[in-house]
Design a protein around this ligand. Structure first.
Ligand SMILES: Cc1cc2nc3c(=O)[nH]c(=O)nc-3n(C[C@H](O)[C@H](O)[C@H](O)COP(=O)(O)OP(=O)(O)OC[C@H]3O[C@@H](n4cnc5c(N)ncnc54)[C@H](O)[C@@H]3O)c2cc1C
Length: 479
């Protein structure tokens, strides 16, 4: 069945918004895909300048039944930002103002503000905004809010949701709304602010957010630890948390990730322990807090690790973090493509998961380097394959299904931060009961009666294996 077109509505929109509506082929192509490389051409890309422009877009879209996909930086890894049903892309990347209230510890940010720019702006004033997706140098806060993005700091500080006080924006029907207040407490009416967070652009357009900040930690201390094997690393991590230590970051790299990083850099991650799984820890806080916790962590390291090494200064710590940041791209030595899953495993089942993953490597006959955040159990399982090898790709997709079922069985989550988008639609029913999905769909219908905002995502089964992914290199692919 051919896709409907919306040419008369697009002409009308162009008459109303003029040059803010782009229909040139290159603009449409650039907005046709996100980090998942699943590409679907829209009919127009709109760069609104004012609130009134957004109302015009949504009003016309409702009148003519045009799908609207909101776009920040397009770095989503699930296809949530790909306009799968065509229509219009509403690009908010130019809405990027940031204002910091240094007295109150708040940041007022427009949806297109890049997360890294927010970090720099608040840190310049002695404040800290902890959510730090690895894509922070290009992703937008609007996309972070829509996906409830997390990062390395999640275990101690939480994720995007934990730092959003208030939102401004538009209902799918085009009415302007504000949710929450700029006070740290509010309790009145239903909390639609939290319903918007993580709704993948299906329940409203975020134009502005008020973020809560915390004081910038005065000191940091970094420790690299190496382990005999993954089981030992997981066991030790549980022992550390049982001591009531809360590292700001606790990053795990399995032996396969470490080996890739070592091959790329040409030197061992941990001298004398090449190819061993590592856990990279960072404590953050006041010098006194760090001194207290450091003593506990060093005693733990002596008892639980194969070897450990403190970073002597910030430069050395930075070199260690560089290994962690580069390990993702280093994996492309194992295959030219990867399915990067962001599952969550409850801490009590870390060791069971290590055993499960080894079985998956054997049954899929694919390399599956894994790294992630041990503070919150959010692990990035990277299933590597060669895109020209169809049999390998199908094994990779099958492995994703096995992984999702296994994770749910272990009491975990099919996504900790990327969301469902298109790629995870086959697994939604593993995580949620029919009654839960019915309730979610009822909310969607109530707020978006014409179903115009990001249709085809989360609830509609998308057979990702039937859709070839683009082979374009994205700016962040091999960094
Ligand atoms: C190399 C790499 C590393 C990554 N690492 C992480 C990580 O560590 N943690 C993590 O959480 N994610 C990570 N991601 C995924 C991605 O960067 C995040 O999901 C990010 O939040 C998406 O932001 P964006 O601006 O690119 O949004 P887009 O991709 O443009 O959009 C994502 C979704 O948000 C919706 N949306 C965007 N803006 C708005 C808005 N203003 N109002 C309403 N809906 C909106 C879109 O419709 C879409 O559904 C990574 C991605 C890459 C490529």
């Amino acid at each position: 069945m051919s896709k409907p077109t919306y040419s008369s509505a697009t002409s009308l929109l162009k008459r109303r918004l003029g040059a803010r509506v782009a229909t040139a082929r290159d603009a449409l192509f650039a907005a046709s895909f996100d980090g998942s490389k699943l590409s679907f051409l829209p009919e127009a890309v709109i760069r609104p300048r004012t609130n009134a422009d957004i109302t015009t877009v949504l009003t016309l879209a409702n009148r003519h039944g045009v799908p609207v996909t909101i776009r920040g930086a397009g770095s989503s890894l699930t296809g949530s930002g790909s306009p799968v049903q065509g229509g219009w892309v509403l690009d908010l990347s130019q809405w990027n103002k940031i204002a910091v209230d240094a007295d109150a510890g708040l940041a007022q940010v427009q949806a297109g503000a890049v997360t890294w720019d927010i970090h720099k702006a608040v840190e310049a004033k002695g404040w800290f905004y902890p959510p730090d997706p690895a894509s922070k140098k290009y992703c937008t806060i609007g996309g972070n809010i829509a996906c409830n993005a997390g990062g390395m700091h999640g275990g101690k500080y939480g994720v995007t949701r934990d730092f959003v006080l208030a939102l401004k924006g538009f209902l799918p029907t085009g009415e302007y709304v504000e949710w929450g207040t700029t006070t740290k407490k509010f309790s009145s009416g239903f909390n639609l602010r939290d319903l918007w967070i993580g709704s993948e652009g299906m329940l409203g357009v975020v134009t502005e957010a008020t973020l809560k900040l915390i004081p910038l930690p005065a000191a940091r201390w970094t420790l690299l630890t190496a382990f005999e094997d993954e089981l030992a690393a997981f066991r030790a991590a549980r022992a550390l948390f049982a001591l009531r230590v809360q590292p700001a970051i606790c990053e795990f790299l399995d032996r396969y990730s470490v080996t890739c990083a070592e091959a790329k850099s040409g030197k061992p991650v941990f001298t004398g322990q090449a190819g061993r799984p590592v856990v990279l820890l960072e404590l953050a806080g006041s010098p006194n807090e760090i001194a207290d916790q450091k003593a506990v962590v060093l005693a733990w390291a002596k008892a639980n690790t194969l070897a450990f090494r403190e970073a002597r200064d910030r430069d050395e710590a930075e070199q260690l973090w560089e290994v962690r940041r580069k390990c993702s791209s280093a994996m492309f030595a194992l295959g030219d493509s990867k399915l990067n899953e962001d599952i969550v495993v409850p801490m009590r089942n870390y060791e069971k998961f290590a055993v499960f993953l080894d079985k998956l490597r054997k049954s899929s006959r694919l390399p599956i380097p894994t790294f992630g955040h041990l503070g919150d159990g959010n692990l990035h399982v990277n299933i590597m394959y060669h895109r020209e090898n169809r049999a390998e790709y199908l094994r990779a997709e099958k492995a994703v299904g096995t992984l999702m079922a296994g994770v749910v069985k272990l009491g975990g989550a099919i996504s900790g931060e990327h969301g469902i988008g298109l790629a995870k639609t086959p697994f939604l029913r593993l995580q949620h009961s029919p009654a839960q999905i019915k309730a979610m769909k009822a909310v969607k219908r109530a707020l978006d009666p014409n179903g115009i905002l990001n249709p085809g995502k989360i609830f509609t089964l998308f057979k990702v294996w039937e859709h070839p992914r683009l082979t374009v290199a994205l700016p962040w692919d091999h960094k």
